[in-house]
Design a protein around this ligand. Structure first.
Ligand code: GZL
Length: 326
């Protein structure tokens, strides 16, 4: 921020001097008045899912379009890599640090280092469980508990006439906010109704391979599964492969509800292999640029910015697919 503010001041001075010199740079010329480039360090979780790929593209494109420098680091799913990247951004004295915390806990020390260095931090996509919310300026992302509750409301309606519903849950990355909160959200809605029994719940780490592997094990130990609740489309798509390999029809013999609404998930939904998808938008880039500009300029920003999202049925997915950006 100091760096960005300093550049802004120098830029203003150069513009003033150019004006005083009667446009000695040839009038109308960009010389001395070029844009003050914002430099943002961004630590991304990894590349584990279609959602993450779309999120990375959205952020990189938004900073390119704005003409700002984005120092991008892929943590390959490891918290220690994100902590290293944040420390590197501090050393480089970037104007703003932004990141999607792979897990909720363990960030206070490095966030205090950024605060002591006078570099504002913005959380995107996932949040942290720190008690001290002065360690970050804003959290831009979905309400994962609400996403789980939307899934729960569909389950309650879909199985309204059933006496007993056997559920297996493919959880996201252990310790990640979306995994914790999507699990909580579903249980907020169906947890008190004894007819719903979650007989198995295990992480598939938000990956297609992980979802397939865990679902194969679930099928071996649970002969009468009625529903799969997958915390993201990719694990749901892996579950589809396992269900079909076991000679059953996904979406019919075993119903599936997932979260994200990426193209591959929406395609499976339109084919009836998934029954409902709760949307979680990865298109956070433009809003992140706006927030970074404001915090770099020392302006107030909202502490919590929730992304707008919906749900898709089979018919809605079929209609939405042609225009889907990701
Ligand atoms: C949600 C995001 C999750 C997606 C997964 O905002 O953090 O991580 O639901 C992704 O697809 O891997």
């Amino acid at each position: 921020m100091k760096k960005f503010m300093g550049v802004a001041a120098v830029g203003a001075l150069l513009i003033a001097l150019a004006g005083c010199a009667g446009g000695s740079a040839g009038g109308g010329d960009e010389a001395g008045g070029g844009g003050d480039e914002l430099v943002v360090g961004f630590s991304q979780v990894g590349a584990e899912s279609g959602w993450r790929t779309a999120n990375t593209i959205s952020i990189q494109d938004a900073f390119t379009d704005a003409g700002y420098e984005l120092k991008f680091s892929d943590a390959q799913g490891k918290q220690e890599n994100q902590i290293k990247a944040i420390r590197s951004f501090i050393q480089q004295q970037v104007d703003v640090i932004a990141f999607s915390p792979v897990v909720e806990s363990g960030w206070d020390t490095v966030l205090k280092e950024a605060k002591d260095a006078g570099i504002p931090v913005v959380l995107t996509d996932r949040s942290v469980d720190s008690e001290d919310d002065s360690l970050y300026e804003s959290f831009l992302g979905s309400d994962f508990i609400a996403e789980g509750e939307k899934a729960g409301e569909w389950v309650a309606t879909e199985f309204a006439d059933a006496d007993k519903v056997t559920i297996v849950e493919l959880q996201g990355t252990t310790g990640a906010a979306p995994a914790n909160d999507r699990a909580e959200g579903l249980r907020n809605v169906i947890g008190d109704d004894a007819k719903f029994e979650i007989v198995a719940s295990q992480t598939g780490d938000f990956t297609r391979a992980g979802g397939k592997q865990v679902m194969e094990a679930f099928l071996k130990s649970n002969p009468d599964i009625d529903l799969v609740y997958a915390h993201n489309d990719d694990m749901g798509l892996g579950a589809i492969e396992a269900i079909e390999a076991a000679g059953m029809t996904p979406g019919t013999d075993i119903k599936i509800v997932t979260v994200d609404a990426v193209k591959d998930g929406m395609t499976a939904l339109s084919e009836g292999k998934i029954n409902l998808i709760v949307e979680c938008s990865p298109l956070l880039g433009p809003q992140l640029v706006e927030i970074a500009e404001k915090v770099a300029a020392g302006e107030e920003v909202e502490k919590r910015i929730v992304t707008e999202e919906t749900t898709f049925t089979q018919e809605e997915a079929t209609a939405a697919l042609p225009d889907r950006q990701y």
